[in-house]
Design a protein around this ligand. Structure first.
Ligand code: ZN
Length: 251
């Protein structure tokens, strides 16, 4: 690890009181959940899988939905435990210096690690619930997956018969405007943004870096590969998050 850059990052973290973390898939890879665009990412190794993540394909094809339900049954997040990066953000909250975690992840690991649920903004929704695309009826995903295990390969809404999906944002679906507002407000009010484990290529999530920078907050990027925001950042670190983040937050 380059010592001057790490020292610079440490000084920024030490001097900050209202830190906002923007987290992506790289935060959860140590927990056994593959990312999407990394070298061993889900879409890098199987480009067809990206197409299956589009809402139009999901609505149009029963086969896509059946595959999606099988993938949800087997999702590694059901067995995952928080990693060192998650725990470092809990430490920042314990120190009273973490305003919010804005996450692109749907795995719930920030809350499982111990961050207060009201500080975690799930930009892309959560896999913990299923939702009806017609009437918005929400259920615990475990109850819906029980129906899949019992033999319903594409369970429909018990209220209106509509199509069910995990309560996550697929390509082609708009983010919840209330959630986006909360995230933008947090980014505009922070005095340091940590952009962690995200390729910063998916909007509007990536644009939260602009919001923080425009408000005058320095940005620290920790990501294994280049991002379009590296020029905006005060410090860019490429080292593994599970090593860098605990070193940055320890007092
Ligand atoms: Zn319904």
């Amino acid at each position: 690890m380059t010592v001057p850059e790490l020292d610079h990052a440490r000084r920024l973290v030490d001097g900050a009181a209202r830190i906002v973390a923007l987290t992506g898939a790289g935060v959860s890879t140590d927990s056994g959940i593959p990312d999407f665009r990394g070298p061993r990412g889900v879409w890098t190794t199987n480009p067809a899988a990206e197409k299956l993540s589009h809402i139009d394909e999901y609505v149009a094809s029963r086969e896509v939905r059946e595959q999606s339900w099988q993938a949800r049954l087997d999702h590694p997040a059901w067995w995952a435990r928080p990693g060192a990066a998650h725990l470092a953000l809990v430490e920042l909250e314990r120190q009273g210096r973490l305003s919010a975690v804005l996450t692109q992840n749907i795995d719930g690991l920030h809350q499982m690690a111990g961050n207060s649920p009201d500080r975690v903004v799930e930009l892309h929704g959560t896999m913990a619930d299923s939702i009806c695309l017609s009437c918005d009826d929400r259920r615990d995903m475990h109850d819906t997956l029980d129906r899949v295990r019992a033999g319903e390969s594409d369970p429909d809404c018990e209220i209106c018969g509509g199509i069910l999906k995990s309560a996550t944002i697929s390509f082609g679906q708009a983010l919840d405007p209330v959630v986006v507002d909360r995230a933008q407000e947090a980014a505009a009010g922070c005095d340091l943004m940590l952009a962690l484990g995200s390729s910063l290529t998916v909007h509007p999530a990536a644009g939260l870096v602009d919001v923080a920078a425009a408000a005058g907050a320095p940005v620290i990027i920790v990501n294994a590969s280049e991002t379009p925001y590296d020029d905006v950042a005060a410090v860019v670190l490429r080292e593994p998050l599970g090593e860098v983040l605990p070193a940055l937050v320890s007092r």
